[in-house]
Design a protein around this ligand. Structure first.
Ligand SMILES: [Zn+2]
Length: 171
């Protein structure tokens, strides 16, 4: 990652190979029957991305700091290796669920392509991108439901008001 210090990157590299860290990562992921997304139920960023603590490392000034990474990027590194992660500037979600950790739902992208996709897919009725709670609100509602053992479908539907649910966009 661009802003990560050398020590931070080395820490991430070790974390990706560490069975215990990988188990800690997997333990924060919950799924629901019939739904292929695998949702992050740990710490979430305002935009709904999972945040995963990988340890402590000293920054350039020598200060010991917590190192957190975006959790689906950690999952990508576990599946495809840290070198692959370093080559991917943006990991886009084909499911449009920012907290999803299913690596099958991730695709390498660029900032420009990701924005273009977002603009195109946002016009799809009932797309997660149209959720009136916003991506962070949606991810938090999903996490709360899964942690409480609630059925997920009504929670996924809740962010779509009647209008957008029934609307077919022609333009
Ligand atoms: Zn997904």
């Amino acid at each position: 990652m661009v802003t990560m210090s050398h020590a931070g990157h080395a820490l991430l590299e070790r974390a990706v190979r560490d069975e215990k860290v990988r188990a800690r990562y997997s333990a924060k992921i919950l799924t629901a029957p019939g739904i292929s997304c695998a949702y992050w139920c740990g710490s979430l960023s305002p935009k709904g991305h999972g945040r995963f603590w990988v340890g402590n490392a000293r920054d350039e000034a020598g200060v010991l700091r917590d190192v957190c990474v975006i959790s689906h990027r950690f999952g990508w590194a576990v599946a495809h290796g840290i070198d692959s992660l370093d080559r991917v500037p943006v990991l886009a979600h084909i499911c449009d669920e920012p907290s999803c950790q299913n690596v099958e739902h991730l695709t390498p992208s660029s900032w420009a392509d990701n924005l273009e996709d977002w603009q195109r897919r946002r016009s799809t009725p009932r797309s997660p991108l149209r959720d009136t709670r916003g991506p962070g609100g949606r991810a938090r509602a999903i996490r709360a439901a899964l942690l409480a053992g609630l059925t997920l479908t009504p929670i996924l539907e809740a962010g779509h008001d009647e209008l957008s649910r029934d609307q077919l966009e022609l333009f």
